[in-house]
Design a protein. Structure first.
Lengths: 258, 469
């Protein structure tokens, strides 16, 4: 189970400042005690208006240095990962599909995937084997094979970036995946393709727990959530099942959550 | 045989690069430099009188020239505290098995036999001052390709030396070139006859392996009309406690329609002054490429240059420099456009960490009348921490209006988001950093032969250990 227990998190004003050093001071608190429990195999949707703290939650979960967890706890299958570095969280089985994946010029998708796979899955994996798998998934995602030798996210369109995140999810087979607006900026066809990719990961590993962060209900037509949570101003204000998402779509956040 | 020199070897370096062999030198000149040392070198080499005179004349020029002050700080070089000539074995070895076991071991560790197995066209390996192992594949010999150590070539092919030696870089060019001209030893000589295309890289390894020893190799490459060659040299050196000087001279003549690529990866130990003069004369429609990787050394000053003398000549200089604690890499490139329709490209990438310093120093000159010249200069610096430094010193002298010149420079730091992205995929901070660094230099690494590319990536990885965190 991925368990988030009354998590409080702040942004740091200065990147260099660290609360633990006793030097910098914490910036604004963004998450005011968020709790969530995702059991293996469950799909949770986290919805909320712009600026409600959805992305902050995802980044704090993955251990981005800009977010300081001031209190609360994150455990993954019983292991306390609250204070681990991002690589250790990934090794524990947590994956974050980023909303804004960054470019890494000069590092090919193939090399990147091999290195990630070696670190997370199998030290001895053969380069060729990963190459073949990546090419296969690129095909499933309706991307050209040549992406395997292109630099990671470098010059990719928004849709291509999201597809690469989906590809990583499929190949790296985490225990729990946080998908931060993986649906945003996609046209209808791309959305279907990405949704299919996510469902495929779920099919291969039915125990995969997913936290799907989204603005809109449309991806939930393809990926049906077991639970829906509404985040407003850093607090979960409402919980329900997929009907809640439909209600939001109809009436908007203010009426439902306000 | 002289007693093995007392040296202290940095154990970390041994683990990193895996060697630091006992000194097996059998002759060396006294420390310091004067006429008697130069005469001694010359007589040991049994060379023609004109070369002896050339050396003596060069010594005078060396003595009369001031230490260059315009670049990196060279004030700590003590020319009197250096051995200028060391001869490790008596004769040139013909085959691998003929080499002394000590030396063979060293080469095994840097993988020369493997290179051989991979059908490299030839191996010229320099151990200390002398080339002791040299082989060349029969097929190239049949086509008239000459690949020899420079000492032997001087004896066998004096006519080439009369025409080309010191013609691109005369002793008076700079103090270090004068020094090399006075005491040069070893290096490679390559001649490729008209129209012959050598399609497998010719390769040589250079090593410094005696305390306080200067290495002054002299390389001369002539690529005749329409011919092609790729020459590769790699250097790795063990660490010694006293300073070492490497002052090489590389002269290349690319004749009409010919093509030459010269690839170097150097990883000198952190006490070596690496001061190298490299120059290529390029005739009509010729193409010269310098690919230059500089890791290690205390101070490197190296600016491979192309003199584009004939219409349509092209030059490309790709360089990458890595400076760690206590190191200064002052590198770059020079392009002289002396004819119309010539083009050049200089791409320089540098990385500094732990207080290391990199500088890009470049020269772009276009003479009046060299119309339609195209040139593009790009230098990118990556600085890994607050203590480190990078500077750019580009010089441009453009005396012709009808030209197309581009210049771009960038300085960047490793981004928090990039690190986070890679770490969230299971990479440690060190691994993530080296991946970003390797990506940064990839445009140059991809031009290297595969084994060099792998070696460079590995060296970067080793250099990155402890760089962050």
């Amino acid at each position: 189970m991925l368990s988030i227990q009354s998590l409080h998190a702040s942004t740091e004003n200065l990147p260099a400042a660290r609360l633990s050093d006793g030097q910098g001071k914490a910036g604004k608190e963004i998450l005011h005690g968020v709790s969530l429990e995702i059991k293996p195999g469950e799909i949770h949707a986290l919805m909320g208006p712009n600026g409600s703290g959805k992305s902050s939650l995802s980044l704090a979960l993955a251990g981005h240095p800009r977010y300081q967890i001031t209190s609360g706890k994150i455990t993954l299958d019983g292991e306390n990962i609250t204070n681990l570095t991002p690589d250790k969280r990934a090794k524990a089985g947590l994956f974050l599909a980023m909303q804004y994946p960054v470019a890494v010029p000069g590092v090919s998708v193939g090399n990147f995937m091999r290195t990630a796979y070696k670190n997370l899955k199998d030290e001895k994996v053969k380069a060729l084997e990963i190459q073949t798998r990546v090419k296969g998934e690129l095909k499933n995602l309706k991307m050209d094979e040549s992406f395997v030798s292109r630099s990671v996210n470098d010059g990719f369109s928004g849709g291509e970036k999201k597809k690469l995140e989906t590809l990583q999810l499929t190949i790296l087979e985490p225990k729990y995946a946080v998908l931060d607006e993986t649906d945003s900026g996609l046209d209808v066809d791309a959305l279907k393709t990405v949704a299919k990719g996510i469902l495929k990961s779920k099919e291969v590993n039915p125990k995969l727990g997913i936290l799907l962060i989204t603005h809109y209900q449309r991806i939930l037509r393809y990926i049906e959530p077991d639970f829906v949570h509404i985040l407003v101003d850093g607090r979960i204000v409402k919980r329900g099942d997929k009907k809640l998402a439909e209600e939001i779509e109809e009436k908007g956040y203010e009426l439902v959550a306000g | 045989m002289l007693k093995a020199a007392q040296v202290e070897v940095n154990t970390g370096y041994r683990e990193k690069y895996g060697f630091a062999k006992k000194d097996v030198s059998f002759f060396r000149s006294k420390k310091g430099l004067d006429e008697s040392v130069v005469r001694e070198i010359s007589s040991h080499k049994n060379e023609p009188e004109w070369m002896r005179q050339f050396r003596l004349k060069s010594l005078k020029i060396f003595e009369s020239k001031k230490q260059p002050m315009w670049g990196a700080d060279l004030s700590t070089i003590n020319y009197d505290d250096i051995y200028y000539y060391i001869k490790p074995t008596e004769k040139q070895s013909k085959t691998w098995e003929d080499l002394p076991i000590e030396i063979r071991d060293t080469y095994d560790k840097i993988g020369i036999p493997e290179a051989e197995k991979k059908l490299l066209a030839g191996v010229g390996a320099q151990y200390d001052s002398e080339v002791i192992y040299h082989s060349i594949k029969k097929e190239w010999e049949k086509k008239g390709v000459i690949f020899l150590d420079t000492d032997t070539a001087l004896k066998k092919y004096p006519e080439f030396f009369a025409e080309y030696f010191a013609k691109a870089i005369p002793p008076a060019d700079n103090k270090l070139a004068a020094l090399n001209s006075a005491v040069w030893s070893g290096g490679s000589f390559i001649y490729v006859p008209p129209g012959v295309k050598v399609d497998i890289p010719l390769q040589a390894y250079f090593r410094i392996n005696a305390a306080n020893m200067g290495q002054f190799e002299r390389t001369l490459i002539i690529v005749d009309e329409g011919a092609e060659v790729h020459y590769v040299e790699g250097c790795t050196a063990p660490v010694y406690t006293t300073d070492s000087l490497h002052a090489a001279v590389v002269e290349i003549f690319v004749r009409k329609g010919a093509r030459c690529r010269y690839t170097t990866i150097q990883n000198w130990s952190n006490n070596v002054y690496n001061l190298v003069t490299k120059r290529a004369f390029v005739e009509e429609d010729g193409f010269m490429e310098w690919i230059d990787g500089n890791l290690g050394s205390k101070i490197t000053m190296k600016y491979p240059s192309v003199y584009l003398k004939g219409r349509g000549a092209r030059g490309e200089i790709l360089s990458v420099a890595f400076a760690g604690a206590g190191q200064h890499q002052d590198a770059g490139g020079k392009a002289y456009h002396l004819a119309p329709d010539t083009s050049s490209q200089i791409i320089s990438k540098s990385i500094s960490k732990e207080g290391g310093r990199t500088s890009y120093r470049g020269m772009l000159k276009v003479i009046k009348g060299a119309e339609r010249v195209k040139s593009n200069v790009r230098c990118d610096a990556l600085i890994l921490d607050e203590k480190s430094r990078s500077d750019t010193y580009p010089t441009m002298q453009i005396d012709e209006e009808n030209v197309n010149i581009g210049h771009e420079a960038s300085v960047s730091k490793i981004g928090e988001d990039q690190l986070f992205y890679l770490m969230s995929r299971g990479l440690s901070e060190n691994d993530a950093t080296s991946m970003i660094v390797n990506g940064f230099i990839e445009p140059i690494v991809k031009e290297l032969p595969l084994e060099y590319a792998l070696e460079l990536n590995r060296l970067i990885q080793l250099e990155m250990i402890g760089a962050v965190g």
